[in-house]
Write a protein that binds this ligand. Sequence first.
Ligand code: AMP
Ligand code: ZN
Length: 138
Amino acid sequence: MEECIFCRIAKGGIPSSKVLEDENFLAFLDINPINKGHLLVIPKKHYGCFLDFPQDQLGPFFAFSQKAAKALIVTTKCDGFNLAMNNGRAAAQLVPHAHLHIMPRFTGDGFAFDWPTKKYEEGEMDRLAKRISSYVKK
Ligand code: AMP
Ligand code: ZN
């Protein structure tokens, strides 16, 4: 099977501007940043999205991502940062290899997560919360 672009980056077959790397994870600069310094963090193994991570990899993945985020903040002197993981085409995931965006933000940088919101009917929130809760795997 042909490897996806992030598998190839993880193996060094495609060059990337690496920031942090260990045995399991890699952080590198996004080629089309929303602000300079925008990072992507990937597992070196191909997991399609958030749901495909083995549970015992999630903690290490986020600990690794936090290390990269701290270094990014010191370097860029950003005022804040967003973490985002797009999962599935409907959620704008273009590369089918799980990745976390770490996006440095500057006051007044003009980028906005400016999503329109929906309204719940009376009682709908609690019903929905119960339904979701009933599907949580014990
Ligand atoms: P997503 O929409 O969450 O799948 O985002 C994929 C991200 O990967 C985009 O922000 C792209 O700019 C980035 N990207 C794609 N190819 C490369 C590459 N070769 N090097 C660095 N970033 C890339
Ligand atoms: Zn892959």
